[in-house]
Design a protein around this ligand. Structure first.
Ligand SMILES: CC(C)(COP(=O)(O)OP(=O)(O)OC[C@H]1O[C@@H](n2cnc3c(N)ncnc32)[C@H](O)[C@@H]1OP(=O)(O)O)[C@@H](O)C(=O)NCCC(=O)NCCS
Length: 164
């Protein structure tokens, strides 16, 4: 049972791309970007739920432009939608070139976190109070992603049961 409503939580995190973060092309490893995303999204989910959380899934990850050695990486996360015990967190990743002052959209990710109680069992989270047009749009789009994930899972299970 969700007891009360909360407004979305926003978290911003900044990283500097150093040599150990990069591959032989001088751009960041995708896995390193995922690590930064998971941490930033996890802080967002924990602050929203007021509980510990686990990453249930990384639902989508889009790399748009490569992030270069020496870039500043800005990760902007927010709570897009909330269900009973799970939350979708969206993360926008920007690459900043401090020499030119340019800032570009480099990647986007959507993750699902589940809030946990002290016995590490899924626990309810507060309902989400959306207000702005952007918050309402993000919540609607998150619902489409959830429906698509659940439909995909149902089709896979049906397929398995017919082939067994
Ligand atoms: C995520 C986890 C808690 C779900 O457990 P479960 O037994 O399936 O729990 P439930 O069936 O009660 O589902 C709980 C919620 O998880 C969601 N969920 C379960 N599997 C999911 C998946 N693969 N992707 C997204 N959400 C998922 C359900 O939709 C449900 O959300 P809701 O209550 O808002 O509707 C469990 O699978 C787990 O602990 N996974 C490992 C997590 C982990 O180690 N992460 C990496 C390090 S943090």
């Amino acid at each position: 049972m969700q007891q009360h409503e909360r407004s979305p939580i926003y978290v911003e995190n900044t990283e500097l791309v150093l040599p150990p973060d990069t591959n032989h092309h001088g751009t960041v490893f995708g896995g390193r970007v995922l690590q930064w995303i998971d941490i930033t999204a996890s802080i967002t989910a924990q602050r929203y739920a007021g509980r510990k959380v686990v990453t249930a899934s990384i639902d989508q990850m889009h790399f748009i432009v490569p992030i270069q050695l020496g870039n500043v990486v800005i990760l902007k996360a927010c709570v897009n939608a909330v269900h009973r015990t799970s939350m979708e967190i969206g993360v926008r990743i920007e690459r900043e070139d401090v020499r030119t002052g340019t800032n570009e959209h480099a990647a986007t990710a959507y993750l699902t976190f589940v809030a946990m109680d002290e016995e590490m069992k899924p626990a309810p989270v507060p309902a989400l109070k959306t207000k702005t047009d952007a918050e309402i749009r993000r919540a609607k789009e998150a619902l489409l992603r959830r429906e698509s994930r659940l439909k995909h899972r149902k089709s896979l299970l049906a397929q398995r049961s017919t082939s067994e």
